[in-house]
Design a protein around this ligand. Structure first.
Ligand SMILES: CC(C)C(=O)C(=O)O
Length: 455
């Protein structure tokens, strides 16, 4: 039994009479400001880094709730995507309702090593019992740390908030559960006045109990900035390097949780890896509150670029996940969305198609067919020209080098005449594949090419 939190000599937080809201940086009636201090922090990428998944927590809470069957099937897909590599190491679940718990039990029955099932609970004694009963080793708990939350939402002083959070963490540890402390709104918090003393006290508790603690740095409103040489509280390099060097946390004790309000969620998450946090939290397709969480698939690509390889990770499973979201959850992915959108590697412009005709790698940065099972696609529209039409035929029918049609082939001119005429007649939308098939068949029937219509 640990000494009562009230009786402990905790490192004090800096209590203030008025909340520190950083109005010079967040004036509210203006767009927030980025302040530079040119204090460059060296990169410190941990040897081992990984991703944790929040599709079933922050992700699900932004959508219509998933059924038990949908959760289990998605969990299986995440496992299939990771493929035993452990890059997608954990996934977190609500335990609020009987339905939430049934989903967890069914996922546990699958017996997967990865992703490990963790939970998210309210600050409530009964919830600790649940976590224990369900045999879950780690649980997330809300510990909001900016004065926006402490003063305005919780109506507490900083000392009171810290006492409350430390009591919670201690109760979890006493129950033998690893607490994952969600430091909500860290990018608007007084870092040295609240975050540092609070985290040091958590670390001490962990050392005394021998139970590890995880600090999840939550960029709740997506205002974190990934650039080096920027001022706290917005600086991701500053936050993560100080959690390591100033608070003495190890890489595995630091996790980043970002939101995409300023389009920065991928770069802030990567900055957290680069500056010493081992894990980043993400959701499939970036679902999550408002503009969403960090897209899990994006972090797989960041991982591969930083570490050189994704090992056994089975990227084409992303196509199955996109289909599942569309068919099961009525969620359509933006066609332009990197790596998963239906048009992410589609080209329409004639000059790009001309390049593709000469060598696919001119306009495709990696072999999307080999790695994602997504061949380059050419779509014909008013800008495609003869090169675009030839590229459409070559990619759509998978023609090999000897069969490939040249843009100067007179039959291409026939198809192009039809395309030009339809646009001159007022068409605005792109030409569908069915229409192209029809025109190609007409133009090529008398020619030497008899396309084997294998797609
Ligand atoms: C509610 C908290 C933990 C969160 O998810 C966030 O800060 O984004």
């Amino acid at each position: 039994m640990l000494k009562n939190i009230e009786g402990r000599q905790n490192i004090p937080v800096m209590d203030v009479l008025e909340p520190q809201l950083y109005r010079d940086v967040f004036p509210y009636e203006e767009i927030p400001k980025i302040r530079f201090n040119n204090a460059f922090v060296p990169y410190n990428l941990p040897e081992t880094i990984w991703i944790t998944d929040t599709t079933f927590r922050d992700g699900q809470q932004s959508m219509a709730s998933f059924s038990v069957d949908q959760i289990v099937r998605l969990f299986k897909l995440i496992h299939k995507l990771d493929n035993g590599e452990g890059v997608i190491r954990q996934s977190e679940f609500f335990l609020y309702s009987e339905k939430d718990r049934e989903a967890v039990r069914k996922c546990q029955e699958l017996g997967y090593e990865f992703p490990e099932i963790t939970s998210w609970i309210r600050a409530d004694e009964r919830d600790f019992k649940l976590v224990k009963e369900m045999n879950i080793a780690e649980t997330g708990m809300l510990m909001s740390c900016s004065d926006y939350h402490i003063f305005k939402k919780l109506k507490m002083t900083r000392s009171e908030a810290m006492q409350h959070y430390l009591t919670l963490a201690m109760k979890a540890m006493e129950a033998g559960i690893k607490p994952r402390c969600h430091l909500e709104d860290i990018t608007r918090a007084d870092f040295y006045g609240f975050v540092v003393p609070f985290v040091k006290n958590l670390k001490r508790l962990s050392q005394e109990t021998g139970i590890s603690v995880k600090i999840r740095a939550c960029d709740t409103l997506g205002v974190g900035v990934p650039y080096n040489g920027t001022e706290l509280p917005r600086s991701v390099p500053g936050i993560v390097s100080e959690l390591r060097n100033g608070c003495g946390l190890r890489p595995e004790e630091i996790e980043w949780h970002g939101h995409n309000d300023y389009h920065n969620v991928v770069t802030t998450s990567t900055a957290s890896w680069l500056h010493g946090g081992a894990s980043v939290n993400a959701a499939l397709l970036g679902i999550g509150e408002r503009t969403g969480n960090c897209p899990l698939e994006a972090m797989l690509f960041e991982y591969a670029q930083l570490k050189g390889s994704l090992g056994k990770v089975n990227l084409p499973v992303l196509n199955e996940i996109v289909r599942f979201f569309k068919e099961e959850l009525s969620y359509t992915v933006d066609p332009k969305r990197p790596f998963v959108g239906s048009e992410f590697n589609m080209t329409k412009a004639g000059i790009h198609a001309d390049g593709l005709l000469k060598d696919e790698s001119i306009y495709n940065s990696f072999d999307t067919n080999k790695l994602l099972n997504r061949p380059v696609v050419v779509k014909v529209n008013q800008s495609s020209g003869a090169a675009g039409i030839a590229a459409w035929i070559n990619t759509y029918y998978h023609l090999d080098t000897l069969e490939k049609v040249d843009k100067h082939d007179p039959r291409i001119a026939t198809v192009k005449r039809w395309v030009d005429n339809t646009y001159e007649a007022g068409r605005t939308e792109a030409v569908s594949n069915a229409e192209m098939e029809q025109q190609v068949k007409k133009a090529f029937t008398t020619g030497i090419h008899q396309f084997s219509l294998v797609k």
